[in-house]
Design a protein. Structure first.
Length: 258
């Protein structure tokens, strides 16, 4: 998809955003910068998207960020972007930055996390293809590589079990259920980034359920873009990660010449 195939009304929204006094360009990682793949450690970003985000961060009066459900160090490793570089990285669904977590992680949180890991490990052991991804404030139970029946059974056990425990926040995403021990919100993360950078306009690209919390914090002057299928409150939709690269490159080129 070349930039001349970006259709209205997204095209006009990008032209307007590119002229903002201060622009924040922010994106999700999995399913947006990187295509969805079978194993989380194999998620490689589209180099053109990363280059465009880096170019945005280098422009005057322009900030750039990647806001992901991944742990911060993992996000940095997969994206190739440094934790403390020009592109701000926010991990753990909006709760983790280079300065730490938004909430103090207590021994109680850690004990609950350990209980969830134990429970999810026992679920995963019963269903081939199901795996556990422990993270700093949450645990993901991935069912992408399980049979449909095994995936359903594993998700139902997680929902009826650990997801119902006190102090647990459950989120379901793409072939995954994730349980966090502190409240998470990519929306609050975007609010904080907007306040810190002084951005007049925020553009955010996301593909999954947790990105809806980010879209919900965007206003009429902002640009919300859903990548792929599924219900969304975003104002714009594009089909895939290749189009993400086209959109980001178009936006950066416009801003470079404005
Ligand atoms: O907020 P994101 O950057 O979109 O991260 C969301 C989760 O992404 C990863 O899982 C998803 O992507 C995997 C790789 O494509 C895929 O195999 C899996 O089925 C998806 O759920 C990551 O592993 C999670 O930790 C993130 O929370």
């Amino acid at each position: 998809m070349s930039d001349n195939t970006i259709e209205e009304p997204l095209r006009s929204a990008l032209v307007t955003a590119a002229a903002a006094p201060h622009l924040l360009v922010a994106s999700d990682y999995d399913g947006v910068l990187s295509p969805i793949v079978s194993q989380p450690e194999d998620a490689v970003p589209n180099p053109a998207s990363v280059a465009a985000i880096e170019s945005a961060a280098a422009l005057p009066d322009t900030s750039a960020a990647v806001v992901s459900g991944r742990a911060l160090t993992d996000l940095s490793l997969r994206s190739g972007l440094p934790v403390d570089g020009p592109v701000t990285l926010i991990g753990s669904h909006g709760t983790e930055s280079s300065t730490g977590f938004i909430t103090e992680i207590t021994d109680g949180h850690r004990a609950l996390l350990d209980r969830i890991i134990t429970e999810f490990s026992s679920v995963a052991a019963d269903y081939p293809g199901v795996r556990v991804e422990p993270k700093p404030i949450s645990v993901a139970l991935h069912v992408r590589n399980a049979s449909p029946a095994a995936a359903d059974a594993a998700l139902n056990r997680a929902r009826a079990g650990a997801a119902s425990w006190d102090g647990v926040e459950a989120t379901e995403g793409k072939a995954v259920i994730e349980l966090a021990v502190i409240a998470t919100s990519k929306g609050h993360a975007l609010d904080a980034l907007r306040a810190r950078t002084g951005a007049d306009v925020v553009l955010y690209l996301g593909d999954d359920v947790t990105d809806e919390k980010a879209f919900a914090h965007l206003g009429d002057s902002d640009v919300s873009i859903k990548v792929g299928d599924g219900a969304t409150i975003a104002r714009h939709r594009i089909p895939d990660t290749d189009t993400v690269a086209t959109v980001l490159d178009f936006l950066v080129t416009l801003r470079q010449s404005s």
